[in-house]
Design a protein around this ligand. Structure first.
Ligand code: NAD
Length: 252
């Protein structure tokens, strides 16, 4: 009962595939209305359509989370449709891969713009609405890479940006808790999504598999209950927490 999200309004960035898509389904199945937001409008709309077919109220929106005007437009569109925002899932992220001595400034900036600046913009825009109403749940997607350096590492910008996600989450989580806004993050291990099937990351997966006590990659479904928990009143005493779901990988 305390895990139900009936009447709540949620959005998920990077909701057009992978982990974000799984989050959108989970929140919708728990009763929330869900805005699916993605850089690629067709992906957002396709997932919004999947939700509608299940009887979930949904909306597909395009936004680049690294652009303040896009983020504001996203928030305005959700408020125009459903009146407010209760649950913000800031999940969009990118993972580029290069040896640290060869990482270009362009790659560094691109990574930080999406993974950290995007998160700041979304937390701030959604947070203002939540602070005004004295209620909100923000769930950011960090990564196990915020804790450990996955081997073999070629992900300087990514790892550093995800460590930043955890600190941003801790800071907002403590700053806003007395005004009813809880901010937590989820740190997945290696999840079977289009991201890790990319040309750059595919060669690393074989190495990573050997490092996972669970003996398999995570599926996006392995993360669904966690997002519902952090979005629900069952987790009201939790804030600034980094919920690690990695099949034991960070312990080996
Ligand atoms: P994915 O690449 O499969 O999907 C990400 C989605 O985000 C895509 O649909 C993409 O279009 C969208 N996106 C990219 N840049 C965007 C932007 N600027 N604005 C809005 N949308 C944007 O990735 P995924 O594996 O589902 O990862 C989702 C999140 O989980 C990311 O933050 C990633 O860092 C994190 N994560 C993934 C893994 C993994 O192993 N897959 C592990 C730990 C953390």
């Amino acid at each position: 009962e305390r895990l139900r999200l009936d009447g709540r309004v949620a959005y998920v960035t990077g909701g057009g595939q992978g982990i974000g898509r799984a989050f959108a389904h989970a929140l919708g199945e728990a009763g929330a209305k869900v805005a699916v937001v993605d850089l690629v409008l067709a992906r957002a709309e396709a997932v919004a359509c999947e939700l509608s077919l299940k009887g979930i109220k949904s909306l597909g929106l395009a936004a680049d989370v690294s652009k303040p005007e896009d983020v504001q437009r996203m928030v305005d569109a959700i408020v125009a449709r459903w009146g407010t925002i209760h649950i913000a899932c800031n999940n969009a992220g990118i993972n580029l891969n290069s040896a640290s001595e060869e990482t270009s400034l362009e790659e560094w900036d691109k990574t930080f713009n999406v993974n950290l600046r995007g998160l700041f913009l979304c937390c701030q825009a959604a947070g203002r609405i939540m602070l005004n109403q004295g209620y909100g749940k923000i769930i950011n997607t960090a990564s196990m890479a915020s804790l450990i350096v996955p081997h073999p590492q070629k992900q300087l910008a990514y790892n550093a940006s995800k460590a930043g996600v955890v600190k941003l989450t801790q800071t907002l989580g403590t700053e806003w808790i007395d005004r009813g806004v809880k901010v937590n993050c989820i740190s997945p291990g290696i999840v079977d999504t289009p991201l890790i099937r990319s040309r750059e990351l595919r060669p690393l997966v074989r190495h990573w598999l050997a490092d996972i006590p669970a003996g398999r990659l995570a599926q996006p479904t392995d993360l669904q209950a966690a997002v519902v928990y952090l979005a629900s009143e069952a987790s009201d005493y939790m804030t600034g927490h980094n919920l690690v779901i990695e099949g034991g990988q960070s312990l080996w």
